[in-house]
Design a protein around this ligand. Structure first.
Ligand SMILES: CC(C)(COP(=O)(O)OP(=O)(O)OC[C@H]1O[C@@H](n2cnc3c(N)ncnc32)[C@H](O)[C@@H]1OP(=O)(O)O)[C@@H](O)C(=O)NCCC(=O)NCCS
Length: 334
């Protein structure tokens, strides 16, 4: 019996207009365009204007995604938002989005898994569809990470940017296509290398937590870099081998955009040609949960020669937690 799978029916994105370039950062911290470009691959990133939150971007990405599919919000069964920067601790951003777009019958929730939030959300959504319980699931990756970045800390402020993207999952009309496999991991021992200490139940906001800058991202860059290279390389190559494929069989690699050197290491381990590796880190930096769907958008909408029916795509992520994983997708279209 052929297993029911989910496929990606549509995609949408939102990017704030305001750009923060490496030259802008040169005037804010002790850094250079050359250092940022060679050590990370980032040229510029987007910053959401003050007064707007995660839901603002999520709704715009969702709206483009649904319009492309010709699907009404009322048809949605579930909304999952992968994010580490929700508008507020509660209600969930999924509830805010549901209300703003008028997805009257949908239920949903936010999913927190660092930069792997979109991939973990995608896997959850795919399994809801595989179980046969739901038909249309909107998966959004959205982060206003600039709100929790210390723009006097040169080791973190050069990497990150804001953005959102959404995909619509539906049951795949043909067996053997769609989201075929996932490999997902967490390792809480890595939590000490990348975290935001303040603002939760353990260290709620006080004058002290603000003075100590506990409401900002704190990162041991080299430790995260090492774990990320290992983790992303293992799951990228791992999912290809697990499914009896090689790098030559993969049409597109859609990696989380944390650092160009991490992407290159994972691509090398998969033995995949450079032109199959989709990259937009130069334009947007690390957009956390929006990163993978923004790269997917690049492949599906921005490129002239995007995936065709039957093409294999591999997605891979690594993030705070540590969390990491990969997905194997066989492209389906009519
Ligand atoms: C953060 C990161 C770019 C730093 O690059 P790195 O090559 O590891 O650099 P290091 O942290 O070892 O620092 C090397 C030197 O550059 C300096 N440096 C750090 N940031 C700098 C900047 N923006 N501009 C100039 N110099 C900088 C350091 O102070 C250090 O100087 P020192 O040798 O005098 O002490 C890199 O570690 C990284 O990408 N880590 C993973 C981050 C990540 O993926 N996070 C999200 C996970 S999803």
């Amino acid at each position: 019996m052929n297993k029911r799978t989910a496929y990606i029916r549509s995609i949408g994105r939102f990017l704030p207009e305001k750009k923060l370039t490496n030259n802008d950062l040169e005037m804010m911290v002790d850094t250079t365009d050359e250092w940022i470009l060679t050590r990370t691959g980032v040229r510029e990133r987007r910053i959401l204007e003050p007064g707007l939150g995660c839901s603002h971007m999520a709704v715009r990405a969702a709206t483009e995604c649904l319009e492309r599919a010709g699907t009404a919000p009322e048809e949605l069964d579930v909304i999952i938002v992968g994010t580490v920067t929700p508008d507020m601790a509660f209600p969930a951003t999924a509830c805010l989005v549901q209300n703003m777009i008028g997805a009257k019958k949908a239920w949903g929730f936010d999913l927190s898994a660092g930069c792997s939030g979109f991939l973990f959300s995608l896997s959850t959504a795919a399994q809801l569809i595989e179980a046969g319980r739901v038909g249309k699931v909107l998966v959004i990756g959205a982060d206003v990470i600039s709100r929790v970045i210390d723009y006097t800390d040169r080791s973190t402020c050069v990497i990150f940017g804001d953005g959102a993207a959404a995909v619509l999952l539906e049951p795949c009309p043909e067996p053997g296509f769609g989201l075929l496999d996932f490999i997902l991991h967490i390792d809480g021992a890595g939590g000490e290398h990348l975290f935001m200490k303040g603002g939760g139940s353990l260290r709620p906001a006080t004058h002290e937590t603000v003075d100590n800058k506990e409401h900002f991202v704190s990162q041991d860059g080299p430790q995260v870099f090492k774990a990320s290279v290992n983790g992303m390389s293992q799951v990228s190559a791992g999912i290809v081998e697990k499914n009896g494929l090689t790098g030559k069989d993969i049409a597109f690699f859609i990696p989380h955009q944390a650092n160009m050197r991490i992407i290159e290491a994972a691509a090398r381990r998969m033995d995949i040609e450079d032109e199959k590796v989709i990259v937009n880190i130069d334009k947007y930096g690390n957009t956390v949960c929006a990163s993978i769907p923004l790269v997917l958008y690049e492949a599906l909408v921005e490129r002239e020669n995007g995936p065709g029916k039957g093409d294999y795509l591999v997605m891979a992520a690594f993030g705070a937690g540590f969390t990491w994983g990969s997905a194997l997708l066989r492209w389906w279209e009519k």
